[in-house]
Design a protein around this ligand. Structure first.
Ligand code: SAM
Ligand code: SF4
Length: 343
């Protein structure tokens, strides 16, 4: 695919405000449901992926993202599946970067497993990307293999080096798993903070069927925090992202540590985000099944009127909050996988 043909946004449109007076300023976009890894908590090993014809084209993704930017979205995060396995993704990123240049967007960023970063880091930086979230649950190559099933640890390390060399700021996301990596949290903290990376710990969420039981591996971050506090001084930071992350400064390392606790829903009142899948389905809340199809209105006409009407109708249904439960023997709270809606 060549250059994405884009359109200038038309007349000023009203900001997106949901029924609870929250402004929607953050859009996460899953650009593909495919991935080159098969992380045990995220996917079954033999996943069935969407047929390619169901995916939005890069031009359509651009049009959708731009419609949200025209409505006041200031931050775009591309995720997946693995965003960097989507063919020609750089065309989309290069095209979306016009919104950075115009000042409409304050940040364009990605969440990636890091496997392809050595190929893409320089181009991402050139397109205006400044920060990346890289998911990494362990520093032990054998464990890495057992968690990701298909991943190669060395490639992710090369990717991290390339990101650093390109001048990209890195935040590591680590899913906390009781018997898998709980003993590595301190090692990971030191690894990250020595390199100037932030570290964010994530609790496992009951999203999508996997082969196995998540309750065994659920590790409450309150427990992690208590255990770290026996050896480190953690100072709460006021930094808020509008999401489920809370940050502390680790005084001994000088670095930042985040805790993402989606199971406690005390962050919902400040929620500023919605999630778009690669088929154009908009999820107004990670913890609810309710969704709006934006693909049909997008494809129904050349103009964006129908699309904006569908976006308005969707935002008017954004729920106040969610209520996840990880319960033994229960079906996942939400049946879609994280790779559909993106992390
Ligand atoms: N492939 C990319 C990656 O791994 O960074 C982006 C997509 S991935 C779905 C986004 C984030 O979701 C990753 O940090 C991953 O660890 C996390 N994740 C996936 N399934 C999860 C689950 N069931 N509970 C909590 N986090 C999950
Ligand atoms: Fe792929 Fe990311 Fe899911 Fe792992 S967490 S299987 S890297 S989408």
């Amino acid at each position: 695919m060549g250059e994405i043909g884009f359109r200038h946004s038309d007349t000023a449109r009203p900001a997106l405000i949901d029924p609870f007076a929250r402004a929607i300023t953050y859009l996460r976009v899953s650009v593909t449901d495919r991935c080159d890894f098969r992380c045990v908590y995220c996917m079954a090993e033999n996943m069935t992926f969407l047929p390619k014809r169901d995916l939005l084209t890069l031009e359509e993704l651009d049009r959708l993202c731009s419609a949200f930017v025209a409505r006041g979205v200031r931050k775009l995060r591309l995720t997946g599946g693995e965003p960097l396995v989507r063919r020609n993704l750089l065309d989309l990123i290069n095209s979306l970067s016009r919104h950075l240049k115009s000042g409409a967007l304050s940040e364009l960023t990605l969440t990636t497993n890091g496997s392809q970063l050595s190929r893409f880091a320089d181009d991402l930086r050139a397109a205006g990307v400044r920060r990346l979230n890289v998911s990494l649950d362990t520093l032990d190559p054998d464990r890495f293999k057992s968690i990701t099933r298909w991943g190669q640890f060395g490639k992710v390390m090369d990717g991290l080096r390339a990101a650093e060399e390109a001048g990209l700021q890195v935040k590591i996301n680590m899913v906390a798993l009781r018997d898998v990596n709980a003993d590595e949290i301190e090692t990971m903290l030191r690894f990250c903070h020595e390199r100037g990376y932030d570290l964010t710990m994530i609790e496992t969420m009951p999203l999508g069927d996997i082969e196995g039981d998540r309750t065994d591996q659920f590790l409450p971050l309150s427990e992690v925090r208590r255990s770290l506090e026996q050896r480190y001084t953690l100072t709460d930071l006021p930094d808020r992202t509008g999401g489920p992350a809370r940050y502390v400064r680790v005084e001994e390392t000088g670095g930042r540590l985040g805790f993402i606790t989606p199971m406690t829903h005390n962050f919902c009142e400040s929620c500023n985000r919605v999630r778009l899948t690669c088929t154009g389905t908009l999820f107004m809340c990670l913890g609810h099944e309710d969704a709006a199809d934006l693909r049909a209105p997008l494809r129904a006409s050349e103009g964006d009127e129908l699309l904006h009407a569908a976006i308005d109708a969707a935002i008017a249904r954004k729920p106040e909050g969610h209520d996840f439960v990880i319960d033994r023997g229960q079906a996942p709270a939400v049946s879609r996988h994280m790779s559909m809606t993106g992390g």
